[in-house]
Design a protein around this ligand. Structure first.
Ligand code: ZN
Length: 400
């Protein structure tokens, strides 16, 4: 059996007045998704466990059948995995953003989406000037980097409350500094970075060009080494993951899936949808499972852009689901699951923990009598699953 999961990130939405009370999915022309519904099962699944922050880390772990609440994996653990940093038991990783702070206010969580080349020089200067054997900074991409601490009490740092810098734009940063046990050391690194970056030539150039300088690091999203059963052991099938997002690729690495890089996959509206489908089908020649994640729908939601969201949904339908369906014969041993990792309602421009609508199709999957893929019909379906774990137990079951 071949198993394909397609994740249109943040696609699930709520009715919008500008769409006459419909959701983007209801308005979008998604004939392939509708076909899956007409010949499969439409339902809802709670991908975000109660009390957990709705995000793509939690949502995608759920969709792979893991219990994010039990695993307690921090964002930084996944990003470290993506950078092939093998965390040890006495280590903890923090996401280290390069940010712009002015008059003590968070102006830009990305330091003007600084280039990786410039960022590399800044991060290297942190390693040179904060010369302690238990701290190390790793270069990631653009404004997104990693700090690793090696300490006998590393796990205690999990209890520090940290705040994502994109949540405090325009706000006084002193109210959102890391707080809790051992906060002092973390705050000290952030303080020290201001000094180091203030006299860095990269910032002189950026200021001259009218770009936001990276004048501070912001540490958050800490996590330790993830311990989980490899996907292949859990479901007796090997597979791959396709995504332009580091966090999602990190999930692939820690669960033992092969991370397939697709040229032209950008994580934005301009991503090469068709290439993702081609690489997914190629990956299925070598193993039996593939998860294809598409970020564009989520980006459009954060931008509050209804038109782009509808367009991105239609692109996924036409350029990913279409070719996948065409490739397989209806009677082949194949199953397809389409499910967002979490909701990102346009009206809120941020993630919510509400259940998402999914459709499951293929060999031995029952037909439950709906004709279109959208939130409204999914809410009418009896098929409601309480977790991604339950969803996957159903989807991956050999005989139904
Ligand atoms: Zn998002």
């Amino acid at each position: 059996m071949k198993y394909i999961i397609i994740v249109p990130d943040g696609t699930a939405d709520s009715p919008l007045p500008e769409l006459d009370g419909k959701t983007p999915l209801e308005v979008a022309n998604v004939s392939n998704m509708d076909y899956l519904v007409q010949h499969g099962s439409l339902g809802r699944v709670k991908t975000i466990p109660t009390g957990m922050a709705p995000g793509s880390d939690v949502g995608n772990l759920s969709l792979l059948g893991y219990d994010p609440a039990e695993l307690k994996i921090g964002r930084a653990s996944l990003e470290a995995a993506n950078l092939d940093i093998a965390l040890q038991d006495d280590e903890i990783a923090f996401r280290c953003n390069l940010v712009t702070v002015e008059d003590n206010k968070m102006i830009d969580y990305s330091a003007g989406h600084i280039s990786t080349d410039e960022a590399k020089l800044l991060v290297e200067s942190l390693n040179e000037e904060i010369d302690l054997d238990y701290v190390r900074f790793y270069v990631g991409k653009s404004y997104r980097h990693i700090m690793v601490l090696k300490l006998h009490n590393a796990r205690e740092y999990l209890n520090i409350t940290t705040t994502p810098p994109h949540d405090i734009l325009g706000k006084d940063v002193s109210r959102y500094l890391p707080h809790g046990p051992q906060e002092g050391m973390i705050q000290k690194f952030m303080e020290k970075s201001k000094e180091i970056f203030a006299r860095h030539s990269v910032n002189d150039v950026r200021i001259d060009l009218g770009e936001n300088p990276a004048n501070m690091i912001w540490l958050w999203g800490q996590g330790v080494r993830p311990r989980l059963t490899p996907f292949s052991e859990k479901f007796q099938v090997r597979g791959s993951i396709i995504s332009a997002v580091d966090l999602v690729n990190g999930i692939g690495k820690i669960s033992g899936l092969k991370v397939v890089k697709v040229p032209g996959a950008t994580g934005y509206y301009d991503t090469d949808y068709a290439a993702k489908a081609r690489y997914a089908l190629e990956a299925l020649k070598r193993s039996d499972f593939v998860l294809v994640h598409v970020e564009a729908t989520d980006e459009a939601s954060h931008n509050g852009d209804v038109e782009q969201k509808i367009k991105a949904i239609e692109n996924i339908d036409k350029e990913i689901i279409g070719p996948v369906l065409n490739h397989f014969n209806r009677y082949d041993d194949v199953r397809i699951l389409v499910s967002p990792d979490h909701c990102t309602p346009i009206a809120k421009r941020t993630h919510t923990a509400d259940p998402v609508c999914f459709v499951m199709y293929g060999k031995n999957i029952p037909v439950n009598g709906f004709d279109a893929y959208n939130e409204r019909l999914a809410a009418e379906s009896d098929l409601y699953l309480d977790s991604g774990k339950e969803l996957m137990q159903f989807f991956m079951k050999k005989y139904l």
